[in-house]
Design a protein around this ligand. Structure first.
Ligand code: NAD
Ligand code: ZN
Length: 360
């Protein structure tokens, strides 16, 4: 089903994952999947824009225990228009012309135990955008009608893009962080893509964010977005003492760690108060979580992992953003800027997000 003129080829950023990913990233002409070849349940999106997540860099570098497919078109937080739907697709929740978002979880079976329990992210048949299937760093993307996220009318596509990964992920992590309004929440990585959204979702949920990251630009951003306190991890010698001083000596109720290296995790159990919760979100590929068993038990600490979000989390995170509750801080660039974005991301110099515009 399609009444759009769909070209045979499109521009896409293609990478062979490995140690020198930025060097071998190429913008190429690649085939667009024709409507007749879309399987039932698949849809084709004409992309408007896509955010760049640190996960895309991990994928390009082949950082993780399970490698992505290769060569790879990365990207998993994009917004586009449905321009084709596979024949024999029954009961599609979206129609031609709808503006929808692509998230990391491209598809899941919806029938297994994980899916039935709302943990669609861990479905054994899950397809992952920009990892197991090609993602949003291309002018057209094949996605799945049951998992794309409708973008409300009037909500800007560029503002919506990074909600689909950064926003959804931290929204869900904070939702399950066992906190209540008025509680202190520490956010290591607060100046990055996920972290700066976490500051805002935390604030929206009535929490008191303590931002940890580095540099004047990220400090300014975090404080403007509502962090009550700032700790520079490069300048502060004793981060545990600093968190305790801010929280009246008791420590924080929760920490949602969004650093891409293990360094943001190291002191977390020590600066949490009794009954506190450590939410692991940042994904270094091989690092182990080091925590004192004694103090984890003695302080009744919960250590939990939080992995993106399900369809409902995506609806909720987008709804909050569309109503102005949180705002992605982004810089708009063209697809050709992806290489440079990876270089800056690796150097840790990006505050907020880069969103790529397919018109540029
Ligand atoms: P980013 O590069 O935009 O942000 C990371 C931030 O961490 C940077 O601002 C950096 O300065 C900061 N940082 C580094 N070391 C630190 C330390 N010791 N203390 C405090 N801050 C420190 O990356 P991002 O796009 O926000 O992604 C962050 C991580 O989250 C990546 O590993 C990514 O793969 C992962 N991720 C996980 C999920 C999930 O479902 N759990 C979803 C999306 C992304
Ligand atoms: Zn992501």
């Amino acid at each position: 089903m399609s009444n759009y003129a769909i070209p045979k080829t499109m521009k896409a950023a293609v990478v062979v994952p490995g140690a020198h990913a930025a060097d071998n990233l190429q913008i190429k002409d690649v085939p667009v999947k024709p409507q007749a070849q879309l399987a039932p349940g698949e849809c084709l999106l004409k992309m408007i824009c896509t955010g760049v997540c640190h996960t895309d860099l991990h994928a390009a570098l082949g950082d993780w225990p399970v490698p992505p497919h290769s060569p790879l078109i990365g990207g998993h937080e994009g917004v586009g228009i449905v321009v084709a739907i596979g024949n024999n697709t029954a009961g599609s929740p979206v129609k031609l012309g709808d503006r929808v978002g692509v998230k990391w979880l491209a598809n899941s079976c919806l029938n297994c135990e994980s899916c039935r329990k709302g943990l669609e992210q861990t479905c054994e048949k899950a397809e992952l955008s920009g990892y197991t299937v090609d993602g949003t760093f291309s002018e057209y993307v094949v996605s799945y009608v049951n998992h794309v996220t409708p973008i409300p009318d009037g909500f800007d596509s560029f503002a919506a893009a990074s909600i689909l990964c950064a926003g959804v992920t931290v929204y869900r992590a904070i939702k399950y962080s066992q906190t209540a309004p008025g509680d202190w929440i520490v956010l290591p990585g607060a100046g990055g893509g996920l972290g700066h959204m976490a500051v805002q979702y935390a604030k929206f949920m009535g929490l008191r964010p303590i931002a940890i990251d580095t540099g004047a630009e990220k400090k300014k951003l975090c404080l403007e977005l509502g962090a009550e306190a700032w700790i520079d991890f490069r300048e502060t010698k004793d981060i545990v003492a600093a968190v305790k001083a801010i929280t009246g000596g008791k420590g924080a109720h929760s920490a949602v760690v969004t650093t891409a290296s293990s360094s943001g995790y190291t002191q977390a159990v020590d600066y949490l108060r009794t009954g506190g919760t450590l939410m692991a979100v940042g994904l270094p590929g091989t690092a182990k979580l080091e925590a004192s068993i004694f103090w984890t038990v003695f302080k009744s600490i919960s250590i939990l992992g939080s992995y993106v979000g399900n369809r409902q989390d995506a609806f909720e995170a987008i709804d909050i953003a569309a109503r102005g509750g949180v705002t992605c801080h982004y810089v708009k660039k063209g697809l050709s800027a992806l290489k440079d974005t990876y270089i800056q991301m690796q150097a840790g110099t990006l505050a907020g997000r880069i969103v790529l515009d397919f018109k540029e």
